[in-house]
Design a binder for this molecule. Structure first.
Ligand code: C2E
Ligand code: MG
Ligand code: MG
Ligand code: MG
Length: 279
């Protein structure tokens, strides 16, 4: 009857919930172990200047080298890392490794001396009272100038920033570190924080870029975001550029930089220079 069915449903739900909780505990403990074993790995995706087609930066993206399953993407572990607080030590590792890697490439002459790097910051990291000090340490350990680094934050994190966090962000900006809004257009829609916060970069979310050529409303949105960025003196970066038509439209619209599979997937090594161009 209905009662039995209801009970079964509950049991199934309860089982699933228990399995998920066990799963999360297992993931958290494997993240702790991965930190000890040094199994977080960075991949780097080129960010290209639209006018010249040259790489001007890389975005540093974390992966987890799992002994059984190979390289895992952030979607497999970032949420658990965030909820457990492990994102803080993982994030510090990412910052330090991103700076170290850029400095190594520059020293080896495999990238230009002006190439920069960007790192994603989670909500937990952004609210750490020693954020600015952690970033300053990562830079000085690698002997990198602060302008070599950009930090990417989401709209939600920026909207929720309290006075103490804002002070940290301002300190970073005063040091010369760039702050960017990641996935712009997908979070809260209030724009007042653009005026309030020391951001210098807007990254147009790839969901809008995906429809840029085929969907008139996506094209209007991308156009508006680029104009807004220009009006406020910000650098605009389009994410998720996958074909030449998107690239061409973005250049016509006056977008500054682009990132996406067309220009290069995230890889372990330095960005390739287009053929015929010397470093
Ligand atoms: P994100 O910061 O927006 O990074 C861009 C994501 O889009 C990357 O996925 C990248 O591989 C993917 N992507 C780049 N170009 C294209 C394209 O042309 N088409 C498509 N379909 N995808 C493209 P990834 O590496 O899996 O990272 C996913 C998200 O995980 C990142 O999104 C970021 O929010 C988060 N993440 C990555 N590394 C870190 C980290 O070190 N710390 C924190 N807190 N979050 C990170
Ligand atoms: Mg990002
Ligand atoms: Mg993004
Ligand atoms: Mg995105």
């Amino acid at each position: 009857g209905a009662k039995t069915q209801g009970k079964n449903r509950w049991e199934i739900y309860d089982e699933t919930r228990r399995a998920r909780a066990v799963d999360r505990v297992a993931i958290a403990s494997s993240l702790r172990q991965a930190l000890r074993d040094d199994r977080f790995v960075l991949h780097f995706q080129p960010v290209v200047e639209l006018e010249t087609g040259l790489p001007v930066a890389v975005e540093s993206l974390v992966r987890l080298d799992d002994p059984g399953r190979g390289l895992l993407p952030p979607s497999a572990f970032i949420q658990v890392a965030e909820d457990s607080g492990l994102i803080v030590p993982i994030g510090t590792y990412v910052l330090e490794q991103a700076c170290r890697q850029l400095a190594e490439w520059r020293a080896a002459g495999v990238v230009t001396q002006s190439l920069r790097t960007s790192v994603n910051l989670s909500a937990r990291q952004a609210t750490q009272p020693d954020l600015a000090r952690t970033v300053a340490r990562a830079l000085s350990q690698a002997n990198l100038e602060p302008t070599a680094l950009a930090l990417e934050l989401t709209e939600t994190v920026l909207m929720e920033a309290d006075t103490a966090t804002l002070r940290q962000l301002e300190e970073l900006r005063e040091m010369g570190v760039d702050l960017g809004i990641d996935d712009f257009g997908t979070g809260y829609s209030s724009l007042s924080y653009l005026k309030r916060l020391p951001v210098s970069i807007i990254k147009v979310d790839r969901s809008f870029v995906a429809g840029l050529v085929t969907d008139p409303s996506d094209r209007e949105i991308v156009t508006a975001v680029i104009r807004l960025g220009q009006a406020l003196g910000l650098t605009t970066i389009a994410e998720g550029v996958e074909d030449v038509a998107q690239f061409t439209v973005l250049r016509e619209l006056g977008c500054d930089q682009a990132q996406g599979y067309l220009l290069g997937r995230p890889v372990a090594g330095p960005p390739a220079l287009p053929s015929g161009v010397a470093g």
